[in-house]
Design a protein around this ligand. Structure first.
Ligand code: C2O
Length: 588
């Protein structure tokens, strides 16, 4: 195994889209940021040099960080942030995982522009893929272009003040030809291909707000991995991907040579929604000129495109037919069709014995704004603040504190300001009844939650935990991509409507469930997962929609040390950032 070393200089640059120059925070001047290319088993070293005006941390999304929670990159949970003009070196191993993961700033909203791919190849070379060796591998990062200041955006989300929306969707940082301003058409991402080849697309959803449907006209995908775990090859013409998810898919260029649009369409909650615009990113798959399909499976005579043979350049590309933007079932079936592949890297069988069961409703509540009295029913709705909840509790870090991991490591059980994430919601009702969707003034009638607190749950080393996430009609019936740091989860079953144990346990796939770090809870539905809490540390668990996270849909899972050195968290790295004064100022 080798050592892969990278330097990430975080700084602000101006980028122009839609006729407007916007100051964005990026890594090494690029959007998306650099790709981290590793071989399974490698050690990764990333020197982060913070030249931005913001506090910074980088999270290696989906990297398990076994016995290395210190490198997980969550501010005030695993570390003090890297202050402006400071630097810090992350060190971690990537083992037992192959496929695609990604990295992103874990500073609220800044991850919209501070992100990039992590590509993990098999140790013994690409011939060790459990599928056709691809001719080329291409990261496809779906994102959003925001014209607002992202730090202000977080504050607005947190206190639910102004409504904001992104201005465009992007594929590898490009908006595409559906956007123009004063006659200037935006560039789209172009993937140049040769006919008759197999390409491995490593698709990442780095958006803050939206699930996406991704399609390429005239081509099918064979999905081979999700969350850096191999899946049974699954052929589909559409990929459904939520923020935080990564999907690897093969594409064979066996269509008649020409140009084909690739489209990323944001998928939205059922109508009536908040009248949000549908902002589609479009790129192009372009076949090289002067080639005919090598495998001969497609006769040129069947080509019904424009322009005829051999001259695809300049033609209008073929456009794919997209699902309806309110379609929830295509995403439901896409996710439901994933099965883990029998493969040497596959983790042990699904644990049959469950030690702890937690049923978690994902909802919306209200807390009293600071300094307000919040008496109900006196026309004082504005004294309340909307928050996102799990089982009616909402997460917030206290203002002054030591990072939780440090407190846990040095003082263990004395971390007493924690509010335990309950096993179930305080009240059972018809969670998914669309009549409960809180439009307008109805929102003020939401249940009062206790307050925003540090919601946590403590697990003994090795505990098998079953979580059932229940989506609710609150939060305008959005889906919830729930992400667990430090562990993968077996996805046992999902359904629309309310979970009922007596009926739904029978649906569990205990044979070959996919394993993921981010599980999509369908709109007005539920999902059941299991994981083994065997990685000591303090791990964030949260919705990967930024607005849900900012509003408090999060908790920390504290996994205690096991009985031996191999099952206990070692001490922090020597150069770990300390409060306010990192001792390694950036050399100039
Ligand atoms: Cu990808 Cu806690 O995040």
């Amino acid at each position: 195994a080798g050592i892969v070393e990278n330097t990430f200089v975080v700084s602000q640059v101006n980028m122009t889209h839609l006729c407007k120059e916007t100051l964005v925070t990026v890594v090494n001047g690029q959007l998306p940021g650099p790709v981290i290319n590793v071989t399974e088993g490698d050690s990764v070293v990333v020197h982060v040099v913070n030249k931005s005006p913001y506090n910074m941390t980088i999270h290696w999304h989906g990297v398990k960080q076994r016995l290395n929670c210190w490198a997980d990159g969550v501010p005030m949970i695993t570390q003090y942030p890297i202050l402006p003009n400071q630097n810090f070196t992350y060190r971690f191993d990537v083992s037992g995982q192959e496929g695609t993961l990604w990295w992103h700033a874990h500073i609220p909203c800044l991850r919209a522009t501070v992100h990039g791919a992590i590509v993990i190849r098999p140790r013994h070379g690409p011939s060790m893929y459990p599928f056709t060796k691809p001719h080329r591998e291409i990261p496809i990062i779906i994102g959003e272009w925001w014209e607002v200041n992202l730090e202000e955006l977080d504050m607005d989300l947190r206190y639910f003040v102004n409504d904001h929306f992104f201005s465009a969707s992007t594929i590898n940082g490009k908006l595409g030809d559906l956007y123009n301003c004063s006659g200037v058409v935006e560039d789209g991402y172009v993937l140049d291909v040769e006919p008759g080849r197999t390409y491995l697309l490593r698709v990442i959803n780095a958006a803050l707000y939206s699930e996406y449907y991704f399609k390429i006209a005239g081509h099918k995908f064979t999905v081979v991995a999700a969350g850096a775990n191999y899946v049974e090859p699954y052929t589909t013409d559409v990929i459904a991907i939520a923020p935080g998810e990564t999907i690897d898919a093969l594409v064979v260029t066996n269509a008649p040579p020409g140009s084909y649009y690739m489209v990323a369409l944001p998928s939205q909650p059922p109508k009536p929604d908040f009248q949000s615009p549908v902002l589609v990113a479009r790129g192009t798959v372009k076949y090289a000129d002067n080639h005919s399909p090598r495998n001969g499976t497609v006769a040129l005579s069947s080509y019904r495109g424009q322009g005829g043979r051999g001259s695809p350049a300049g033609d209008v590309p073929v456009a794919p037919e997209m699902p309806d933007n309110h379609d929830a079932s295509t995403s439901f079936y896409f996710h439901g069709n994933l099965r883990s592949l029998q493969h040497p890297l596959r983790l042990p069988a699904v644990p049959a014995q469950v030690d702890e069961r937690i049923f978690i409703t994902l909802g919306l509540g209200s807390v009293c704004r600071r300094g307000k009295s919040c008496k109900r029913g006196e026309g004082n709705e504005e004294e309340f603040m909307l928050v996102a909840t799990m089982n009616n509790v909402s997460f917030e870090l206290p203002a002054a504190m030591t990072p939780l991991l440090e407190a846990q490591y040095y003082h263990g059980s004395s971390v007493e300001t924690l509010h335990e994430l309950p096993d179930r919601p305080p009240r059972v009702y018809n969670f998914t009844d669309p009549a409960l969707i809180p439009y307008g003034p109805k929102a003020a009638q939401l249940e009062m939650t206790s307050s925003k607190t540090m919601v946590a749950r403590r697990f003994r080393y090795g505990t098998t935990v079953e979580l059932v996430f229940q989506g609710t009609a609150l939060m305008q019936a959005e889906s919830n991509p729930m992400h667990l740091h430090g562990h993968d989860m077996y996805v046992l079953a999902q359904g629309f409507g309310n979970y009922e144990a007596e009926r739904d346990v029978a649906k569990y796939n205990l044979v070959d469930p996919p394993m993921v770090n981010t599980v999509l809870v369908p709109r007005l539905g539920w999902v059941a997962v299991r994981f083994i809490a065997d990685n000591p540390g303090v791990w964030f668990m949260h919705c990967h929609f930024e607005f849900h996270l900012s509003m408090g849909m999060a908790a920390v899972f504290i996994v205690e040390d096991g009985p031996t050195v191999d099952t206990s968290l070692p001490p922090p790295p020597v150069d770990f950032p300390t409060c306010g004064h990192a001792d390694n100022p950036t050399p100039d």
